[in-house]
Design a protein around this ligand. Structure first.
Ligand SMILES: [Zn+2]
Length: 303
């Protein structure tokens, strides 16, 4: 367990990036990156931050930067990306009880169809497969076998591949599915690592005074890889769908994947056009009063 309070500094704000919290992990390989924390780990992280930290909302982060004020010493903020059901079921009650602010960035197709992200689909297939073979992916050969080590190595290679190349992630999923001969479904999965909130649950979260809903595109693509037309659709439609399904006019957003290469001026301009006022990245770092509202840093909590 990392000591996350060590990141808290005077006159600065740290935005922590979470995805989910689960009671237990029934899988052997899945969640090896700790995208979802165990509940007891999550509580330890909160207890540690509580020792000296001041939890503030992203709205307060916005106001502080906009008014060129210093952050309160040891400020931090809590964010959850993607819209997992465990955010509603497990995270929200814990945060509410502690009166801690959080922003939940939701991907609208995930909410609409209980859709699974490309990497979770691949993890799901690799967890289940017993095949020992060599896969040919984008003209490279990858070994796959029935041990945790081989499976984790494979998933790490895939993550690396998707980051580096302008890879069509949906085709990547289909290609792996075909080569492995998987015949089970890969969406509308209801285990705690995959299940997403529905619109009623998103609305309920939004009713709590401590919580804010933000956008996170329609399909979770890497925005910088898209054409102008596609990127506009991803951003504008996600904002419209949230309004249509919940009545919430969102002002908050986060970029899928969020590393430097995944967004730029084009994306920021479109977000600003539609009234988004603050959008953190997933680049590691700390935020001070002169921070750029569309380039805020975050720290990924994964242990
Ligand atoms: Zn995401």
């Amino acid at each position: 367990m990392k000591n996350y309070s060590k990141f808290l500094k005077k006159e600065s704000n740290v935005i922590f990036l979470f995805h989910g919290v689960i009671d237990k992990n029934p899988f052997k390989v899945r969640n090896y990156t700790k995208k979802h924390l165990l509940k007891k780990e999550f509580i330890k992280v909160l207890n540690d931050l509580d020792k000296k930290g001041n939890c503030i909302s992203l709205e307060q982060v916005y106001n502080t930067i906009k008014n060129k004020k210093n952050f309160r010493d040891y400020s931090y903020s809590i964010t959850f990306d993607d819209g997992f059901y465990n955010n509603y079921k497990i995270v929200a009650p814990i945060l509410k009880k502690r009166k801690l602010h959080a922003t939940f960035y939701i991907t609208t197709s995930f909410i609409d169809k209980n859709e699974t992200s490309w990497i979770d689909k691949i993890e799901h297939m690799i967890e289940k497969t017993k095949t020992k073979t060599t896969l040919n992916i984008l003209n490279k050969k990858f070994k796959i076998g029935n041990t945790k080590k081989v499976k984790v190595n494979f998933l790490n290679s895939i993550r690396h591949l998707a980051k580096k190349d302008n890879t069509n992630l949906n085709n990547l999923v289909l290609d792996i599915k075909k080569q492995l001969g998987c015949n089970f479904k890969l969406n509308n999965l209801n285990n705690m690592l995959d299940k997403k909130m529905n619109w009623a649950q998103v609305s309920k979260l939004n009713q709590c005074e401590y919580f804010t809903i933000g956008g996170h595109t329609v399909n979770h693509p890497i925005l910088s890889f898209l054409s102008d037309k596609e990127v506009k659709k991803e951003i504008y439609n996600s904002i419209n769908y949230i309004k249509k399904n919940t009545g919430i006019k969102i002002k908050h957003y986060s970029y899928p994947e969020g590393l430097k290469h995944t967004f730029g001026m084009r994306e920021i301009k479109l977000l600003k056009n539609r009234g988004i006022k603050i959008c953190p990245s997933a680049e590691f770092g700390f935020n001070f009063k002169d921070a750029d509202l569309f380039n805020l840093k975050r720290i990924f909590v994964n242990s």
